[in-house]
Write a protein that binds this ligand. Structure first.
Ligand SMILES: CC(C)(COP(=O)(O)OP(=O)(O)OC[C@H]1O[C@@H](n2cnc3c(N)ncnc32)[C@H](O)[C@@H]1OP(=O)(O)O)[C@@H](O)C(=O)NCCC(=O)NCCS
Length: 253
């Protein structure tokens, strides 16, 4: 079993659906059973039915980041736009860079030796990543997904359960693919878009849209990223590390 410098994992943000999934994976990969959940907003707690894990919840301003510099970090949320805001918040306020995020790969998944994963990735059971794929920072691949050869997945991409990507598919930063979608060879899906569950994508899809159906068609603008624009407007984001790679986010209006 792999070993880390600390036996406690810091989870940034709290999603009821995602936290137990991440805990199970951190337990399977690193034997971790202690988790400190750091929220940037005070949110109500949710029922938690497991005695296996010790869980403490803090507001970010109550937590001593200096004292806990060695603790590895992961996201405690799933959606791309929320991950983006949390990454930005903890980077600019507490200096938590991409290097602090660990990647969790379930032992029951298969990763081709010629593929590269990014920091802060989460790869769930029974997923396959074939030859020559490149995954960016904060990418999540849910159960039973097949990522065929030469796929390029940008930062904060989420692949929901049972998705099939054929060869040479490119998915832009912040895009989410709904459960069971099938993407044909050589398709390029833009940034910050959302592909509906069960879609069959046979043509390229642009940035910033919701698209679904068989064949998959653009339905409307993806408003999920508006909250990122609103968030960025409330702060001085000129020094953001992510702005260099996602410099159009602030223009989604
Ligand atoms: C794409 C999605 C976000 C669209 O949501 P929406 O625009 O709010 O859609 P609505 O629920 O308002 O439905 C509007 C219409 O589109 C249809 N529709 C919605 N999603 C569809 C999809 N994926 N494929 C085909 N049609 C869909 C609805 O049946 C409805 O049709 P109607 O007007 O004839 O009744 C959502 O349906 C979806 O697919 N989410 C992904 C869920 C998922 O994979 N979750 C992962 C869990 S781990």
């Amino acid at each position: 079993m792999a070993v880390l410098e600390s036996d406690k994992l810091l989870l940034l943000g709290q999603s009821e659906g995602e936290i137990p999934v991440i805990m199970d994976l951190a337990y399977s990969v690193f034997g971790m059973s202690q988790f400190e959940i750091i929220q940037n907003l005070a949110l109500p707690d949710f029922p938690f039915r497991s005695d296996l894990y010790k869980r403490s919840i803090f507001l970010d301003k109550e937590f001593d980041f200096k004292k806990n510099q060695k603790q590895p970090v992961h996201f405690g949320v799933l959606h791309s736009n929320v991950k983006y805001i949390l990454f930005d918040h903890f980077l600019t306020k507490y200096g938590i860079t991409k290097d602090r995020y660990i990647t969790l790969v379930d032992p029951k998944s298969s990763i081709s030796p010629s593929s590269s994963l990014g920091k802060g990735n989460l790869i769930q059971p029974q997923s396959t990543i074939s030859a020559m794929c490149e995954l960016g920072f904060g990418v999540t691949i849910k159960n039973n997904s097949a990522i065929s050869h030469h796929a390029q997945l940008g930062d904060f991409v989420n692949i929901n359960p049972g998705v099939t990507l054929s060869g040479f598919v490119e998915i832009g930063e912040g895009t989410e693919i709904g459960s069971g979608a099938v993407i044909s060879n050589n398709i390029r899906i833009g940034k910050r878009s959302f592909i509906g569950a069960g879609s069959v994508v046979t043509r390229d899809i642009p940035d910033d849209v919701i698209a679904y159906g068989n064949p998959c068609k653009v339905i409307r603008k993806n408003e999920r990223w508006d909250k990122v624009s609103a968030y960025l407007k409330t702060k001085n984001s000129s020094t953001l590390e992510t702005n260099r790679s996602m410099n159009t986010v602030g223009k989604v209006e």
